[in-house]
Design a protein around this ligand. Sequence first.
Ligand code: GLP
Length: 239
Amino acid sequence: MTQVAGTVQRALKHVQVREHVRTLVEGAEPGTPAPSERELVAQFGVARMTVRQAMDALVIEGLLERMPGRGTFVARPRRRVGMLTSFTENMRQRGLLPESQTLLARREQAGPGVARALDLSAGDAVIHWKRLRRGNGQVICIEDAYLNEVLLPGFLQSGMPTSLYDALDARGLRPTWAEDSVTSDVATPEEAEQLELPKGSPVLRVARRALIDHRPVEVSRSAYRHDRFTMYVQLGSDA
Ligand code: GLP
């Protein structure tokens, strides 16, 4: 009898700790540290094992994640297969603060390549936006994006946002799918300077054509520093 009561009590303690941590971390930004096991042991007056069990349950649920050698944190949302991510989302998933520095933003006439990719005619108006992107203050890549001007009246006059995809989203124009191609190459002298790399360093070139249903919205070319970026591609279904 006593033993059963003891077991029930332990079970309740573990649930109590778990639910307490859940209310603390729910809605918190990914990457926020979870309360430490030591704090919880002291606060609830329970065994370390009980706290461990409570945290394990939240890790399995996907609410928390353990980073070896660093501790336990609020988990990043699990990637959906084929999810189309922006630079901003990409950096946040890695726990880095995204930045955007505009190098050039102007209206141009589409050249033949850009026109073809955007389903326009050569000479049609496009928005050309070139940016230096940083994560936690460190240069990651240069992004050269071309947008269909007709879809984005007043875009250049409204102050350039940090996230293009958030700005597109606000206009109901966030791309629903995209084609990316990835190639390795050598940085041009100008790129090497902007990326703060020695002349002749390798870069990763990513070209994207992003569409909403059948309507192309954006074509871009990015050059990533070879030493600061790994591209993750999920293959197959995680269902
Ligand atoms: C990725 C894509 C670019 C796109 C950018 C938008 O890096 N390769 O084509 O322009 O995301 O990112 P953000 O919304 O942070 O501006």
